[in-house]
Design a binder for this molecule. Structure first.
Ligand code: ADP
Length: 616
């Protein structure tokens, strides 16, 4: 890996995190500088006391040093406590700030990118790297911490160690050879060897993990999926009825790669760590010998022994840590690259700048012109050469077998995807040329797999914190939720579900669908799209909705996807989809009379269960 790339990625990540987590690095910096300096201040001050005690023994001087030591230590301890609190406070919000980085990306990316499996694989890989070894962005705070502490430690140690080499043994002493520059160079050489060897050995475990990371990636993903999935509430029924824990259990076993790494850490990995420790400790012994000999020979007082031994071993440790951190930086680069690959995922959809004119007459005319669409990576088109013009204010039903392309058609209409061929026009202009947020304002959609939030009912309906309670109530009544609303303990303020309120109400599937319809009505967009809007409703609720459909839809253009063909009767036009194409178009009467057509086939297949003969 090129140093330029390594530095570039880390500097970029650092800048992003500084913006995302304000004060985080500043607090780490202050804390580490203080933590690195405080021991040296202690070493220096105690050396002064010891030197005085071993030398002139002037009580006044000793007391003065004692007082200075006590005062300085107390002030530094107070300062450190305050800085530590600041850092802890910043640290507490670090993870949520980091999560927000990815959440924001997901919220902003084009839907077609979000919908791709590859995008989710990339994201789950980042989470795995983070969970496994804190790799990626989160490692940056450790790296920064170690870089600051080792650099400050090295600078302080150099300042305190200088005297060790500058204070010479008297020439007449038999230990005068200790002044020999060759010996000093030898000491420096040992220091360099240690600083290079010890961190290399210590990083070997991580290197091994990196080598195995491809193997682990898959196993970790499988393990994470099953371990998170099993206790999930919405899976509990299936899990119990089908004893799913039995087949999932196989995947929950620790897999060979995990064992392999665990064995490595206990075996050769442990040995490398021990060797790294032995080398560092031997250096301390070597330093003691050199310093004591110089003191013995009269180069400096006994009190300076602690100072020099402390500072020289701290110097070695500082340099070792610095090299170790540089090694980590190198290892982290590949993980950081994975983070940026995700954050830099391009949005391929063209973003236009036209605004959709706000028309009080709601005359928004949408047309599909020779539209074909193929999902990324798919081998066949899901929609093929489809042309259709929506009549303003009319009700269009879209029917067809499963997989015939109905939902895909809606996704294209809402510009969640762009056509592979052909174009979709709004008032004669390609929808790509409009601002997307503006374009989306003209649609209210109830998707089949709609989602409500664990928030008060009124906020769910309005999709906003501040809402018009009267309007929310009217929409709920129109959607057939009126009676249920009366029974809600806090009316519109009743929380849905119990995630955030113990008094929250668990609504049934049908009730949730009514709330979702009310939400679409509250938006009051010129187009209303309902994908199987009554699938979860009981027959009475369904009949109720249909009986007041005109009241609900008012002057909106409605698109309505349904499997229940009887419910298409009230629609002005029906488009019959098959294999991604519109194979029939007309009103209910015309289509039923076409006995050779698909609509007739679907109609009779469904109707026979309701005929008198079959009912008997
Ligand atoms: P319908 O709503 O009529 O049941 P869809 O529009 O959901 O049908 O699906 C049409 C076709 O597109 C099906 O063959 C389906 O397998 C395929 N399809 C749907 N979603 C995706 C996707 N995200 N990626 C690839 N193929 C998809």
């Amino acid at each position: 890996m090129l140093f330029k790339e390594l530095a570039g990625l880390h500097v970029r990540a650092f800048k992003i995190l500084r913006k995302q987590c304000p004060g985080q690095f500043e607090s780490i910096f202050c804390n580490e500088v203080l933590s690195a300096i405080i021991p040296y201040v202690g070493i220096y001050l105690s050396a002064q006391i010891l030197n005085e005690l071993a030398g002139r023994r002037n009580p006044e001087t000793v007391w003065r040093w004692v007082w200075i030591t006590v005062l300085v230590t107390a002030v530094l301890a107070l300062l450190k406590a305050a800085v530590q609190r600041w850092q802890k406070c910043r640290e507490a919000s670090f993870w949520s700030n980091l999560d927000k980085l990815y959440t924001d990306k997901m919220l902003q990316m084009d839907f077609c990118v979000l919908d791709e499996q590859k995008t989710h694989d990339m994201y789950s890989q980042i989470r795995q790297n983070d969970n496994w070894g804190g790799w990626g962005f989160s490692n940056l705070q450790n790296i920064f911490r170690q870089l600051v502490s080792s650099t400050v430690s090295i600078i302080s140690a150099i300042v305190l160690t200088a005297g060790l080499f500058l204070q010479k043994v008297p020439e007449e002493s038999p230990f005068a050879f200790l002044n020999n520059p060759v010996l000093i160079l030898g000491l420096a050489a040992v220091l360099i060897v240690i600083t290079l060897t010890a961190p290399r050995l210590a990083n070997k475990v991580d290197d091994y993990f990196l080598a195995c990371s491809d193997e682990i990636r898959w196993e970790n993903r499988v393990f994470t999926f099953f371990s998170f999935m099993m206790p999930k509430r919405d899976r509990a029924l299936d899990t119990r009825v089908y004893n799913q824990q039995d087949i999932c259990q196989d995947y929950l076993q620790l897999d060979p790669s995990f064992d392999k790494i665990a064995r490595y850490i206990a075996g050769p990995g442990g040995l490398y760590s021990a060797l790294s420790g032995i080398i560092s400790t031997s250096f301390t012994g070597f330093a003691y010998l050199y310093v004591c000999l110089k003191a013995w020979a009269g180069a400096f007082g006994v009190g300076s022994i602690t100072q020099y031994v402390g500072s020289i071993t701290a110097l070695a440790k500082g340099v070792t840590d610095l090299f170790g951190t540089i090694g980590k930086l190198e290892q982290n680069t590949v993980f950081l690259k994975a983070c940026f690959d995700f954050l830099d995922l391009p949005d391929p959809m063209y973003q236009g700048s036209l605004t959709t004119e706000k028309r009080s007459d709601r005359k928004y005319e949408v047309e599909f012109r020779n539209v074909s669409f193929r999902y990324p990576g798919a081998k066949t088109d899901s929609l093929h050469n489809l042309s259709l013009k929506f009549k303003i204010g009319s009700r269009l039903a879209v029917v067809g077998k499963n997989g015939s392309g109905k939902t895909t058609f809606i996704k294209l209409l809402c510009r969640l995807y762009d056509p592979t061929e052909g174009e979709i026009l709004l008032n004669g202009i390609d929808i790509r040329k409009y601002r997307y947020d503006d374009y989306l304002k003209i649609f209210s959609v109830v998707f089949q797999d709609f989602q409500l939030l664990s928030l008060p009912l009124g906020q769910n309906v309005a999709a906003a914190k501040d809402y018009d309670p009267q309007r929310a109530k009217e929409c709920l009544e129109m959607a057939g939720f009126g009676d249920r609303l009366e029974k809600m303990p806090d009316g519109l303020e009743t929380c849905l579900y119990k995630d955030f309120s113990k008094d929250g109400v668990e609504v049934s599937g049908g009730e949730a669908q009514k709330i979702a319809i009310a939400r679409a009505l509250y938006k009051d967009a010129p187009f209303i799209i309902l994908d199987e809007p009554t699938a979860a409703l009981d027959p009475i609720a369904e009949a109720e909705i249909y009986s007041k459909f005109n009241e609900i839809i008012t002057d909106k253009t409605a698109v309505y996807i349904s499997h229940r063909l009887s419910s298409c009767k009230f629609c002005d036009e029906i488009a019959v989809f098959d294999g991604g194409k519109i194979v029939q178009f007309g009103n209910h009467q015309q289509l039923v009379e076409d006995t050779g057509g698909l609509y007739h086939q679907l109609w009779t297949a469904q109707a026979k269960y309701y005929t008198k003969k079959n009912a008997e």
